[in-house]
Design a protein around this ligand. Structure first.
Ligand SMILES: [Zn+2]
Length: 371
């Protein structure tokens, strides 16, 4: 294992941040990039990374890392330093208000210009050429803030990988996964190994999250250059939501790490003893079919259903009670699907998202992610 510390801060600042990455195996084979907790205080992801580091170190010593694995065990040191009134605050950069997992560069427009007339009929050569350009474009980025330096450091390690796993968690949730529609087949075994309750696909979620910065350009380029220029979705990127923010225990983290390692072995990055695939516990669904149930008014929130339950359209999900008058509104799902996320606090103001239900029929468009 080689450990690299990436300085993030300029000289003469009042604080100095650095990012740590661990590198296993060697360049040349298939490359996997795994980062934990881009939203800083999402501890389940960091604990899984901690388990992965131990396992990968051992596998590396045994010569079982056939390709290259980069593990970033805590992807957001800036956010880890943000605390408000004793509560960690890692989702948004306090200096800009911007979500740490948004506004990553989408390189497809530049690549369409740079690669005009240069790609051919051989998919492997096309992938090589596109990756060369991606490395150049990322290296040319001139970040002007610590936050942008962090984004550049993370993306530089992931942009030319075969597999990118961005490990997060939600507030209260069952395990779920976000990925691009063209990756549906490639992500399928990961969803099964991780026992994903909802695997949500779209070609563009909006907001430019990290996984899409790595993956979406591939199908954008394929559509642009047409069928005579084969361009596979060569970066299998997914955002894995490792349940809720307090789903922190060793057994779960070890099992999650094992699921990820098994996926890397199926992808030819590492070598593991043979194992049986478990049965899938859900079918993938389009992100456009996920219903967000928002609070129509402020109130006390009392959930009526448990996470992971399959709901029918019209089923009650939660009651919202006005504490002053006692008036009660029952919030219902309008889709058939899996109840997969909910809030971790129980008083809400108008407009807050209180639940998400993964339905199979697309009905939403535009920006599909939370802010
Ligand atoms: Zn997150």
């Amino acid at each position: 294992m080689q450990t690299i510390n990436h300085p993030l801060s300029a000289e003469h600042g009042p604080v100095s941040y650095q990012l740590t990455s661990h590198h296993f195996g060697s360049k040349g084979g298939r490359k996997a990039y795994i980062q934990a907790s881009l939203h800083a205080d999402e501890v389940p992801a960091m604990l899984v990374a901690h388990c992965l580091r131990e396992r990968l170190q051992l596998l590396d010593q045994q010569g079982k890392v056939k390709g290259e694995v980069i593990l970033v065990p805590a992807a957001n040191p800036i956010g880890l330093g943000q605390v408000i009134n004793e509560r960690p605050f890692g989702r948004y950069d306090l200096s800009t208000g911007i979500n740490f997992n948004r506004n990553y560069p989408h390189y497809a427009p530049q690549l369409k210009e740079r690669l005009a007339g240069k790609l051919g009929a051989d998919a492997d050569s096309n992938v090589r050429l596109i990756r060369e350009q991606l490395r150049e474009l990322t290296a040319a980025w001139q970040p002007a803030s610590d936050n942008a330096v962090l984004k550049k450091a993370l993306l530089s390690m992931a942009i030319d990988a075969d597999i990118v796993l961005d490990l997060h968690c939600d507030l209260e949730a069952v395990l779920h996964i976000y990925a691009g529609t063209p990756l549906r087949e490639a992500i399928g075994p990961l969803a099964v190994l991780m026992q994903s309750h909802a695997t949500l696909y779209t070609t563009a979620a909006g907001g430019e999250p990290f996984d899409e910065a790595c993956s979406r350009l591939w199908w954008d380029l394929a559509a642009h250059f047409g069928p005579s220029v084969p361009i596979p979705p060569a970066n299998i990127a997914a955002t894995v939501e490792l349940r809720g923010e307090v789903s922190v225990d060793y057994d779960t983290a070890r099992a999650d790490a094992e699921g990820i390692l098994r996926y890397l072995s199926l992808q030819g990055v590492i070598e593991l003893p043979a194992f049986d695939m478990p049965a899938a516990i859900s079918e993938p669904t389009p992100l456009e079919g996920t219903e967000r149930i928002d609070a129509p008014h402020a109130g006390m929130l009392v959930y009526l259903r448990e996470l992971g339950e399959r709901l029918k359209a019209g089923d009650p999900v939660a009651d919202l009670i006005d504490p002053f008058t006692g008036a009660k509104t029952t919030l219902r799902t309008s889709v058939d699907g899996v109840f997969f996320t909910r809030l971790s606090h129980r008083y809400v103001i108008r407009g807050m998202n209180v639940a998400k239900v993964a339905g199979a029929i697309p009905f939403r468009s535009g920006n599909l992610l939370s802010l």
